[in-house]
Design a binder for this molecule. Structure first.
Ligand code: G4P
Length: 283
């Protein structure tokens, strides 16, 4: 399954980020804790001109905690600052602020020497579509100031947001990169909902998810959809069982496999199948 999605508004957004990078002291890059490698934009170091960067593992509440630990170690071994965040509850957000100040320590000192006390530091918030940028910013600001949406690509335009604690944030639109060299990256991003569903074959995608869950989180699928023993079944047969157990039928009493695919993907994305990470360190 070869997925590619790089619409024109992302090229524009990338240009906007490059134009504004001079004004920014630190980058807060949100990635999705369920796919910590695939959701990290390989263009980011280039776009941000190697400015200090904090990698925020967002949606950590939806990821497998043991795997998260391994990924954090992997990032830290490369000298990257990592913070785990649940933007819905706000857990971890203060650590992001503290880390941002820490990374800007020299600049703050320099400003002080020049008599510029309390000059705000400026952070750019970046990340792929649907990673939770608006939710993160809203939590940070303490009120609903950035627009949120459940469709990838909703956050658009340029927006500076002032925080109380001597910090300003530049919100940026969700962007991807021109080509996924590894097809699995496109699949992983589609599974978490960062690729617009309209361009996807949701049937095929759900079969890939079933295969992965069967191998790595067998009981979660069984429990959620009352599957009992499905170890000998092909993914398509599992999907049929899900449709049957959920009573998903079309006119003529035919099983509605498409609806089963949509429900499975939706329930995975919303965490109803539990904490599931779909990448493994080193693979
Ligand atoms: P974006 O600006 O990067 O495009 O993302 P946005 O904040 O709109 O968030 C996309 C979806 O991810 C939203 O769900 C949001 O609630 C959810 N989300 C963001 N951060 C977290 C997190 O840390 N944990 C969990 N579990 N979910 C998170 P939605 O379905 O669109 O909206 P809602 O029904 O949750 O309000």
């Amino acid at each position: 399954m070869n997925i590619q999605w790089y619409p024109g508004h992302m090229t524009k957004a990338k240009r906007m980020m490059q134009e504004n990078i001079k004004l920014v002291d630190v980058i807060i890059e949100l990635i999705d804790a369920r796919v910590p490698i695939s959701s990290q934009n390989p263009d980011m170091a280039n776009i941000t001109n190697n400015k200090p960067r904090i990698i925020v593992f967002n949606k950590v509440d939806l990821a497998d905690a043991d795997k998260t630990k391994e990924f954090v170690k992997w990032y830290e071994q490369q000298g990257v600052s990592v913070v785990l965040v649940n933007s819905k509850t706000g857990k971890g957000i203060n650590q992001v602020i503290n880390k941002a100040y820490e990374l800007c320590k020299e600049k703050i000192e320099r400003n002080k020497k020049r008599g510029l006390i309390n000059k705000p530091i400026r952070a750019m918030v970046a990340g792929i579509p649907n990673v939770g940028k608006s939710t993160f910013i809203n939590k940070l600001v303490g009120k609903a100031s950035a627009k949120t949406g459940n469709k990838p690509g909703v956050t658009k335009g340029k927006q500076w947001i002032k925080l109380k604690k001597d910090m300003e944030l530049l919100d940026t639109p969700g962007i991807l990169w021109p080509k996924f060299e590894d097809q699995q990256v496109g699949i992983n991003l589609a599974l978490i909902g960062s690729i617009k569903d309209e361009i996807l074959d949701v049937g095929e995608l759900s079969l890939i998810l079933i295969e992965y869950l069967k191998e790595n989180y067998y009981a979660r699928l069984a429990d959620r959809y009352n599957l009992e023993d499905y170890s000998e079944l092909e993914p398509i047969e599992v999907l049929e069982k899900i449709a049957k157990n959920r009573n998903l039928v079309k006119s003529g009493n035919e099983l509605d496999i498409n609806k089963a695919s949509i429900i499975l993907l939706d329930e995975y994305r919303n965490g109803k199948l539990g904490k599931i990470t779909i990448e493994t360190v080193g693979l």
